[in-house]
Design a protein around this ligand. Structure first.
Ligand code: DGL
Length: 270
């Protein structure tokens, strides 16, 4: 009854961690495509090909349901996958919608027309590929009107986190927050639209100021997965073992993951 969780590298561990806490009885198979990270500087076709390959690997592990714990893949590849690639009996879900539902005060399945919501000025921090896809703005427009979104492509942050260079990551985040602040001086809310960024959430919060509400995906996605599995228990696949797969160097990736999650994580070669 395993569920697959995919990211280009380590970022999806933030989602996996929350999902494991919310659903302790469910085995999860995680696949981080560290050999090809970052995805955020690749074109949409490249992201699509890599994501399909990774999802197939998770299906082979007995995970009929795969969560793309990667905004870049969710933004650049998911719709194309859902329209023409996913076979019957399998499901692939992204991480955008739970976040946007939270921001727009909606419950799952509320398909009523877009309406005014409390938050009017939103800062979006994401990878260059996610920002240029405009997927966030598109999903938001289905649900809310009158929300001003200013997006900041955060070049370099994923690479720095993957390399374990947190000093560089912090410096880059400060400069990205500053750059956004010149275009939107007073955001009410900030979206961490990349699953790597919650690993540096305190840095974002400090740079933005305490008055800005920071939305990050891990717990929202975990809650939405729990809800989905109640509605679709048949999507718990036949796999029974939790494991961590990587296309990168298992020792190096395990060390970084252990450092980030502050518990022993052992990756094996995918
Ligand atoms: N964690 C991925 C995301 O949520 C990072 C993408 C990348 O590899 O650049 O977008």
């Amino acid at each position: 009854m395993a569920v697959g969780v995919f990211d280009s590298g380590l970022g999806g561990l933030t989602v996996l961690n929350a999902a494991q806490k919310r659903l302790p009885e469910v085995p999860f198979v995680y696949f981080g495509d560290s050999a090809h990270a970052p995805y955020g500087v690749r074109d949409a076709d490249d992201v699509y090909q890599l994501t399909c390959k990774a999802v197939e690997r998770l299906w082979d592990e007995g995970c009929d349901l795969v969560i793309l714990a990667c905004n870049t893949a969710s933004a650049a590849a998911l719709r194309r996958m859902q329209e023409s690639w996913i076979p019957p009996g399998k499901r692939v879900l992204g991480v955008f919608v739970p976040l946007i539902e939270a921001l727009t005060e909606r419950h799952w399945g509320d398909n009523s027309p877009p309406r005014e919501v409390a938050v009017k000025h939103v800062a979006l921090f994401a990878t260059p590929a996610t920002v240029s896809s405009r997927a966030f703005q598109r999903e938001l427009a289905f649900r809310a009107i009158g929300v001003d979104v200013e997006a900041q492509p955060c070049g370099g942050v994923v690479d720095a986190i993957e390399d374990g260079d947190l000093i560089l990551a912090e410096a880059l985040i400060r400069s990205h927050v500053e750059a956004l602040g010149r275009r939107m001086p007073h955001p009410q809310a900030a979206i961490l639209g990349c699953t790597h960024y919650p690993l540096m959430e305190d840095v974002f919060q400090k740079a933005l100021g305490e008055e800005v509400k920071v939305y990050s995906q891990a717990s929202l996605v975990a809650e939405s997965l729990a809800d989905y599995l109640i509605r679709h228990p048949e999507m718990l696949g036949p796999g029974t073992q939790s494991s961590f797969l990587t296309s990168g160097d298992p020792q190096r990736v395990s060390d970084k993951a252990t450092q980030f999650l502050r518990r022993k994580i052992e990756f094996i070669a995918a």
